[in-house]
Write a new protein. Structure first.
Lengths: 352, 352
């Protein structure tokens, strides 16, 4: 604390990201990274941009990247916003579209950055409890609000809300923006991007950190009506004219173009998830149905914090949240078959 | 305008960056980029990081980059903050350290992003007029304020304030933070970083976009007392945990380590500035004394907007600000000798 701090800084409770360990050879299943590297075409595209032109500013409007993402979804570039990771995109949209008189709504079990953004921008919020089984009922969100946001599939539960339910919510909530945070959508869900032409208050966010294996490059997106995108651009241009560097933009464009590689790695992760779910169930774990690249699991006889600590002793890190309702759960990122086998072998020893 | 916009978005007046033309072969002297590319060691360092590990998040604390910058200045890594370009660093510091009861102070002729940040964060400000000759008198800033910020050398004038004057100001303004925005310091000034151990309210910002030829990579820094850096970290961790991508961090570390290349390009720019100043003076221009990688020039007989348009007709773009007091000036980035000669040849035709 310092007398030079603004009142805001004194009050902030910053987000704490999952550990990025500096020790090598850990089996890192704690931050939902893709176990497979990015497409070779992404590497080649960055390679081609890597040179003398780094002296020049990037395109402040990121037109080519927005076009590549628009082409992927069959929409217009003006319906796309890009930012320095989806966390930056989320920050801007909280400020631009979710700050109104009434509180915003999000699930009680959800991405723990949402309340942090509310603190940063002085936005009132109300948590809507998930059902006992962690399913999300869109009917619970039909109440006065300044905006609605939830991840789909939800994090850290992995559970999916159907597009039918999302469309129902959009039809019953027209006075505020509904944000569907699709960080994990490519591992088994259907994107709501196809609905943006029909619902002017729908904003969909995505990231290249998970299904496109580019957490290290920092690229996030939002899709929606041009008026919503315009709001994000206005905030972005009041904050940082050039958030996307030249290499990130080149890599991201290539990632959207290499559909075959993308589909192949997603399918591998989905197959591993199925296998891991079966193996953990055999070890006595109860697993939430997951459409993400992680599973959310509890063991009825073992304390989750102790399990996480024991796994770390075996060189495997998973994520444990000390939060109400989920403190007996572990969030485990889907690794390669080899990583998953190391996890399973460690658990067999720990549980025996 | 849309009913879904927050009040803030409706009121914003975003910053307009200098044009990034999509036409090739223009002589681009409008956004103060370095005419020389980055160090070959920077390219090699990015190359080494370019691969499978892009699937993994970067270090959210950017410890190695902060250490490299600290080593360069002989300070501690905890006295360094890094962000996605100095515009992001500035945005965070306005929110964290310049938002208080009293208005902040900056020169009437200065970086035009400052009032935009004030709009974004609802900060009151007062512009302090530069002297008739555009020099900055630090005594004018000894008045009640919530913070002080100015670029040194100033932009777009290029004029330098001495470290003696900055130290005098720090001794006479101890109740608020003084930010010295050193985007252009390496082209002829002396950095105030050496003062941070003695003045707990001094924050110095820098960028790798100018003297280190990395505008395309987006890396900015702040140097100051650990308490000031802590305030920036708290805001950053409430906004985006991972603003620095892996490639930018690798390149930036290498840029700080290759001192010889850095000094050589800075010296070339300084020599070109001297030559260009003499040649433009011979053409009748009046030139502000510059310690930056640009010069600020007016021609007593010719309208600046018309000159800028005429230069564009010759394939040369320079920056013209339609703003009070400086509307008859052009801001011209120092190019290579070849680029400067094309500029001079065009001006000879235009002025004849």
């Amino acid at each position: 604390m310092s007398r030079y701090w603004s009142k805001l800084v004194q009050q902030l409770s910053p987000y704490v990201p999952g550990e990025q360990p500096k020790i090598a050879n850990l089996v890192k299943l704690n931050t939902n990274e893709n176990p497979y590297g990015p497409s070779p075409k992404v590497i080649a595209a960055i390679q081609a941009e890597l040179g003398e032109q780094l002296r020049l500013y990037p395109d402040p409007t990121s037109t080519q990247l927005r076009q590549a993402a628009a082409d992927y979804y069959g929409i217009q570039a003006q319906q796309v916003f890009v930012g320095n990771g989806s966390d930056e995109v989320l920050a801007h949209l909280f400020n631009a579209l979710l700050k109104h008189e009434q509180p915003i709504l999000f699930p009680d079990i959800s991405y723990s950055f949402y309340p942090v953004y509310c603190g940063l921008y002085d936005i009132d919020y109300r948590c809507v409890p998930l059902a006992e089984d962690f399913s999300l009922n869109v009917k619970d969100y039909v109440q006065g609000n300044g905006g609605i946001i939830f991840p789909n599939p939800n994090a850290p539960t992995g559970r999916l809300v159907s597009l039918t339910d999302i469309e129902w919510l959009l039809q019953h909530n027209t006075d505020s923006v509904v944000v569907i945070d699709e960080a994990y959508i490519d591992f088994g869900g259907e994107s709501a991007v196809k609905l943006i032409d029909r619902y002017a208050n729908l904003l969909v966010t995505q990231t290249l950190s998970k299904s496109r294996s580019l957490a290290g490059l920092r690229v996030g997106l939002a899709f929606g009506h041009v008026d919503l995108i315009e709001a994000l651009i206005r905030v972005k241009d009041s904050f940082n004219s050039y958030p996307m560097d030249r290499l990130a933009e080149a890599g991201a464009i290539a990632a959207f173009k290499d559909k075959a590689y993308f589909e192949s790695t997603c399918n591998k992760v989905i197959a591993s998830r199925q296998h891991l779910t079966e193996a953990l169930t055999a070890l006595g774990f109860e697993i939430q149905p997951s459409a993400a690249n992680f599973i959310f699991a509890r063991h009825p006889q073992r304390d989750a914090a102790e399990l996480a600590a024991a796994l770390r002793g075996h060189g495997v890190i998973v994520r444990h949240f000390k939060l109400p309702r989920i403190e007996q759960y572990l969030r485990i990122t889907i690794g390669t078959s080899e990583q998953n086998n190391i996890l399973l072998a460690a658990l067999q020893i720990i549980l025996s």
